[in-house]
Design a protein around this ligand. Sequence first.
Ligand SMILES: [Zn+2]
Length: 184
Amino acid sequence: MARFCPECGTSTFKREDGGRPRDVCPACGWVQYARVAVGVGALIVREGRVLLVERGIPPVGRWTLPSGWIEQEDTLEGAVIREVWEETGLHCQPVGLICLRNMPRERQNELYACFLCEVDPAVEPVPDGVESTQARFVDPAEFDALDLSVFSRYVIEQYQTRRPRPWPARADVPLPGALVLAAF
Ligand SMILES: [Zn+2]
């Protein structure tokens, strides 16, 4: 629900649009369609250990794959490179998409795209001390002892078990500026 237009600040009203009532701005015509939030995560494996971060922001203390929300101008790959850099100090190279999660929530419809990524094997991760309070390659034998995100663990274990071929970014897309991750 948007009580005020995010474009011009005018109070909205409800109007039937596409079979449901939507918040509409009487001044500029803005319409509230679905609110969508897109996140990205990175699976980075080094000699059987997985790069994890301990969150410094809520839920504090939870361990997850390096993850974050995309910005307006981001491609998914650009976002994952930035988030890994911010949370671990590592420059990563996305290999391809391994998992897409869709979670419709009341506030927003969430998408989370997880990429297999590679990093320089000689460089050690360093947490930024804000978003991440620890960043290190963790042996799966340690998972039970950590407050590890259920979904991060699911992605890690499914990937390690099934070893799918990631969907790479296509270089032959006839749309400038479009990132296309495809099974073909
Ligand atoms: Zn408006």
